[in-house]
Ligand binder design. Structure first.
Ligand code: HSE
Length: 351
């Protein structure tokens, strides 16, 4: 029986949801996917840390109260976060990194990923910071150690975008993409179409749990800029830093403008896009665009995300689905672990 030992870095909604998924589905995963998960360590800035190489009880983890230092009450628990201890000494095969995104330099998450990979531990992350700023270096570090750095959840949560383009669209000659990559801003525009003011629409997105605590990153396009950087670098071979992506958000859109668009069979959308010129140069931007209703992104309403991949062989290919949410993002971590499992199994089979 294959049982991956996972260390959880950050125990907010996403890693909690991963534990919940494992509690509900481990037996089914073993049958369907060929492995199950056990959690050997956890560290969280607020909740503290715990190391338990035989595996923490899934019900205890699921029921952990959101109280400062709560992890102290689990076996091997401490009231303080000991992230490096957990990475170095829990005996994990895989680190699931789901801490906050730092849009300035990706730290400290990048260092957590780096330290795990250098110890020969694979990393799965939903964090845009390490991927937008350091994906190449982290992937190289993983290759040197024969482990894996996977980050499907950094864009569009569990909806396949990165792996879909890399694997299923391999050979399709991808030359660009355009997408709705932030659920909050899309929900805000949809709500304004229905008559809410900008402020009421932002409040609604916060109430529904889509917006960041400070929604500026959602509204001003900074969140999309990180995602565009990730997609452009990973799929188009660009070497962009987030500051290379021109960025304009939706705070200048008025209710009148979005309603006028609807009346003329068009929709305003916050679009993140990039395109590759024949010489390989990649240009990327984030900006509100007025789309005719025939555009497949125009009908994407509410908190849903979508991306259209521009390929020379197939033409446009669009995928749409959730772009945020705890379980939806935790599913991306599972999909990363499935990918690691399949790559490891292929290596084993070739020996
Ligand atoms: N606040 C983000 C959104 C969450 O609204 O899409 C996912 O990055």
């Amino acid at each position: 029986m294959i049982e991956y030992k996972v260390a959880l870095i950050g125990f907010g909604g996403v890693n909690r949801a991963l534990v919940q998924l494992a509690a509900e589905n481990n037996a089914g995963w073993l049958r369907e996917l060929g492995f199950q998960l056990k959690f050997v360590g956890v560290s969280d800035l607020y909740l503290g840390s715990a190391i338990c190489p035989r595996g923490l009880d899934l019900n205890d983890l699921c029921a952990l109260p959101s109280v400062k230092g709560a992890l102290e009450n689990l076996p091997g628990g401490k009231a303080l976060p000991e992230t490096e201890e957990v990475i170095q000494h829990s005996g994990a095969d895989i680190v699931a990194e789901a801490t906050f995104t730092n849009p300035v330099d990706g730290e400290p998450a990048s260092s957590y990923c780096w330290n795990a990979l250098n110890k020969g531990i694979s990393v799965v992350t939903t964090n845009k910071g390490p991927v937008a700023f350091n994906a190449d270096a982290l992937t190289h570090a993983a290759e040197l150690k024969g482990v894996f750095f996977e980050f499907e959840g950094s864009v569009m949560s569990g909806t396949p975008a990165i792996r879909l383009a890399r694997e299923s669209l391999a050979g399709s000659d991808l030359v660009g993409f355009e997408g709705i990559l932030n659920g909050t801003s899309n929900l805000v525009i949809s709500s304004m179409e229905m008559g809410l003011s900008f402020e009421e629409a932002v409040e609604k997105a916060q109430r529904l749990g889509y917006a960041e605590a400070d929604p500026t990153a959602d509204i001003e396009g900074h969140d999309v800029r990180l995602k565009v950087t990730i997609l452009a670098n990973q799929l188009l071979g660009a070497k962009l830093k987030p500051r290379d992506v021109t960025c304009k958000g939706i705070s200048g859109l008025t209710v009148q403008a979005v309603q006028d668009a609807v009346a003329s069979n068009a929709r305003w959308k916050l679009i993140g896009s990039a395109s590759k010129a024949p010489d390989g140069t990649v240009c990327a931007s984030v900006e509100p665009k007025l789309l005719p209703i025939e555009n497949s992104l125009a009908s994407v309403a509410g908190a849903i995300n979508a991306v259209t991949f521009k390929t020379r062989v197939l033409g446009d290919v669009t995928v749409r689905g959730p772009g945020a949410g705890r379980t939806e993002t935790a599913y991306a971590l599972l999909s990363d672990i499935v990918s690691i499992h399949r790559k490891k199994s292929a290596v084993e089979a070739s020996k």
